[in-house]
Ligand binder design. Structure first.
Ligand code: ADP
Length: 187
């Protein structure tokens, strides 16, 4: 049976950690939809269309991945109203114990509010050697540091990947690295 997974988040902006999770989930499931959530309560320096474009750019060689927006006001458990099919699985990434505690509660809320008919099993994945990378750290470093430092910390290279799983070449991420830096630098 064909399995559809969704990977929701703010992706403000997408990082090599996110791409690592996307790559692993695309290997595990038949199709993966990356869901970029619009949150009117948060202020974003970069519009959602641009954040979606960056994800499209770095995933265009992964055939079973697509990207969609979850409009503000629509809870994730109602995603089937947006994509017109019911996903089997929600992918969430874990970086550390704090993420785990938060995500376990979130899973419970999704289960209770989604109901049995809309149930989507939550699957947790880690990005291992990219566990320390977060969008908020990326924005902070982009704001304050020169590009060469930013590139060293947030770009993909065989060295940063340490030859560990996923073995896939995630260097596509580097195509958006400078545009991302420019978008957040000095902001
Ligand atoms: P949210 O606002 O929903 O936390 P994010 O865009 O920050 O959205 O993250 C989306 C998902 O990706 C979350 O499950 C988050 O824990 C996970 N994630 C983000 N960065 C990493 C990383 N470096 N390693 C593993 N998971 C990550």
């Amino acid at each position: 049976m064909s399995k559809l997974a969704i990977y929701p988040g703010s992706f403000n902006p997408v990082t090599i950690g996110h791409l690592s999770i996307i790559s692993k989930a695309a290997n595990l499931f038949d199709r993966l939809v990356v869901v970029v959530a619009e949150n009117p309560d948060k202020k974003y320096a970069v519009p959602i269309e641009q954040r979606v474009n960056w994800i499209n750019e770095i995933t265009k060689t992964i055939e079973n991945v697509s990207v969609t927006v979850l409009p503000s006001g629509v809870p994730l458990v109602r995603i089937s109203d947006v994509i017109h099919e019911k996903p089997d699985v929600i992918i969430r990434g874990l970086r550390n114990g704090n993420d785990l505690a938060y995500e376990m509660d979130q899973q419970k809320y999704n289960d209770m509010l989604g109901g049995v008919d809309r149930h989507m099993e939550t699957v947790f994945l880690t990005a291992q050697h990219f566990n320390h990378i977060s969008s908020s750290h990326l924005r902070e470093v982009a704001k304050l540091f020169p590009y060469e430092h930013f590139n060293l910390v947030f770009g993909w290279s065989a060295t940063t990947a340490c030859g560990m799983y996923p073995p896939d070449d995630l260097s596509n991420y580097n195509k958006v690295l400078f545009p991302i830096y420019e978008a957040y630098h000095g902001k």
